[in-house]
Every structure is written in structure tokens, then in C-alpha cells.
Write a protein that binds this ligand. Sequence first.
Ligand code: PMP
Length: 463
Amino acid sequence: INADPGHNAAIPAEAVQEWDNEHFVHPWESIGTADADRTIAARAEGIYLYDPDGKKYIDGPGGMWCVQIGYGRREMADAIAEQTMRLPYTSPWAFAAEPSALLAKRIAEMAPGDLNSVFFTTGGSSAVDSAIRFVQFYNNMKGRPEKKIVIGREKGYHGSTYLAASVTGKERTKSRLDFEDRLVRLIGNVNPYVRPEGMSVEDWCDAKVNELEQAILDAGPENVGAFIAEPVLASGGVIVPPPGYHKRTLEVCRKYDVLYISDEVVTGFGRLGHWFASEDVFGITPDIITCAKGLTSGYLPMGAMILSDRLWNDISADDREHIMFSNGYTYSGHPVCAAAALKNIEIFEREGILEHVREITPHFQERLNALGRHEIIGDTRGVGLIGCVEGVAAPGTPESKRLAIDTEFGARVDEKCEDMGLIVRPLINQCVFSPPLIITLDEVDQMFDILETAVQQVQDEML
Ligand code: PMP
């Protein structure tokens, strides 16, 4: 534990804790533990968070998969301050502004294929919302208003606005939404780890591609507007679909004139060593990409939906003058957020962060896989700088103990890691991590050394 002499809390930590417990409803607040004390994040620098006592933690989840360039960048503060003084806001409907126009151009250059039209949003959920609304608008304009069903996947996460939550497959029983019955179809988990015993990964891929095709046929292709998929299902437990899945599902979509929305809110902006993973990692050019998080490295909220020219130009010329895509936000393309995104991109380029991620990924993944030798670990999986360890009971463990392990593993590993100065994100029987992309090889080792110790200790306690 490293003391942080620079920290000087003006307000006692106890007061922060009290106000937080009494008044702050946290995202995904667990009703049962609503007033449990949370660790207070007092300040941050590089890949580290500090609590009010100066205890230092490696930020394993990188905030929420978003703090790509790390914390405490003076240049980010300067870019934000400068834009705030020059033009803090302007109506995105009435005016053009330099940072947002330039950012749209930069994103169009980075995005695959003919994805050149950028609609800015306030985050990932609103980007997904906008994408679904665009699909509906597009099909209305094409004279086929019934083509609106969206196919999502079990374990997929696409956000918390009503539309985005409706196509989310994660924890649906708790957040059941009426919208789903009419306009959403969900297909099964693509995780190769849960394939039936004895089935090859290739056969699993065939089955999953067929499942998509069958879902389209069942609903009637004339009723299906889009398929929405994260290249890697992040919040659902870092699920990497089997090789070939992305290309083949895109082919199925093309066959039935179903639009492919690639939700790159987590995988975009460097997480897999590329600006976007769809094309550079998985070889597909989708129709629409959604992104957020890494776009500003979490310094300010911003997201985007990127549309292909093919779609935009496909709306008939006769109609163009008389119709509008009636979707917008007061803060679409916010100049200060755009200035932060531009500075973030500049830092990525100047420091070669994409190259760095590609360079350290093999070591990161090797250390992750090595955790698999613990008896309590059922699976390790990841790609780029994202990883997940999944705990299971050892073979032959009585079922009751197995169930306890399944639910407690994540929380126990989390608690031990936190004691040793590492934040991980527990997800029931899993822990996921996606550290800031600037993490060094040494720091990757520190992170996994702590995880190894924690996993060993949890195993000793639970098996
Ligand atoms: N899509 C994906 C793939 C995500 O992981 C998230 C957030 N975890 C979202 C959408 C929603 O983004 P936001 O929380 O910024 O609204």
C-alpha cells in the first residue's frame, strides 16, 4: 500500500459516505446493499485510483471499460478548459462547430468501409437507441414499416434507455420490458465455453449462425430490421464468439436484408488494439457502429452512432427534402466533449497506444490463461486488454457447495484484490477486467500477481 501524500480531503470521508448512502442511487443499485459503504475514489492518476487515506489501487476495470489513456492528463484538462472558454455550447441543430465537425471527420476516417456519417449522442445507451431508431426510420422511408424487429442475444448488453435495454439479453428476468414482445427476439448465448460436451467449436459456430438464420425465418425476414451484436460481449462476461461467427452472421443478415449493428461501445477506441474491432479484428464491415466510453477515455460523456453511406444514400432522393430523421439531443456533438475526444485521439496517436495494446496483449492473455490452472477456475477468456476469470466448483464438489461458489466467487476475489490494491469487477461467479490501455508490462504482472494470490486464497477457503 502506497501512501499518497498529495491527498488532502477537504470533507471528511465519513460525510461523503453518509451522503452517498442516504441520497445517491447508484447505477444497478442492489436494493439489499443500498446503504453498504462503498470505497471512496478520491483522486486518480495513470492507471491508479486513490482512496481518501491515500491507499493506491490499480484500476482493473479501467473505470467501466473506458479510461483508455489513464487518469490525470493535464492536456485533457487544458483542452477542455480552452474549449469551455471559446465556445462551451452551441445548438447542434442550428449551427456547425469546429470541434464536432472535425471529430465527425476523424471518426469517419477511422471507421470501416463507407461508415462516414456520425450522429453524436451522450453515451452508449443513447447511441444504441439512435441506431434502432434509425433502422425504424430507414425502413419506414423504404416503404416497409413492418420491418422493425431487432434480434439481440442472451448475455448481450446494450444500455439502460428503454430501447437499448429492450435489446439487452442480460438479466432480462429482472428488467422485463414490454417492448420486447412485439419488436425484439433474443437468440442464445454464443459462448463456446457453454457448448454441449463433445461438440467442437466449429459445430458450435454452425449452430449459432443457424440460430440467427432460424430466428429471422421464424419472425419472417420481411419483419426483421436489424441484428445487434457486440463483437465481444463485455458486461455479459467477456464472451468471445467462435472464430468465423462474425463474418457468417453478417452474411446471414445480408441474405435477408437485415441491418447489422455492431455495438462497439466497449471494443471501440483501442481495447483490442484498433480503433474499431469489427473490421480490423473480426473482418466485417457492419451497417451501423455504436461507440462511446473510450471515445473520450471517460473524461467527459459522449457517444456516437456511425452510419454507412449505403444506408444514408438509400433513402430516395425524392423524399430527401421533405423528411427528417427525427432524433436528436441538446448535447449532440457537444463542443467541449468533442474537444476532449479530439485530444484523446491525439494522445492515442502520439503515444502509439494502439500499437502498445497490440504489443502487450500476448503477455496479458498469457497471464490470464495461466489462472486457469487453479482448480476453482472453470474458464479464462479474453481478447486484447479485456479478460474474465470464471469460478466453478472442482469436479465432484457437492452441488450445494458448488452453488455457493458460483455466487460468491466474484465477490470474494474482489474483496481480496481490493485489500491488496487491485480493483476488479465482480459479476456473480466471474471477475472481469479491462485496465487503462497505457498499462505497462510490469503493471500487467503486478495485476495478475495480485489476482493469482486472491484466487488461490479463495480456492483455499472454498474448496
Ligand atoms: N453498449 C455496450 C456494449 C456497453 O458495454 C454499454 C455500457 N456498459 C452500453 C452500450 C451503454 O453505454 P452507456 O452506459 O454509456 O449508456
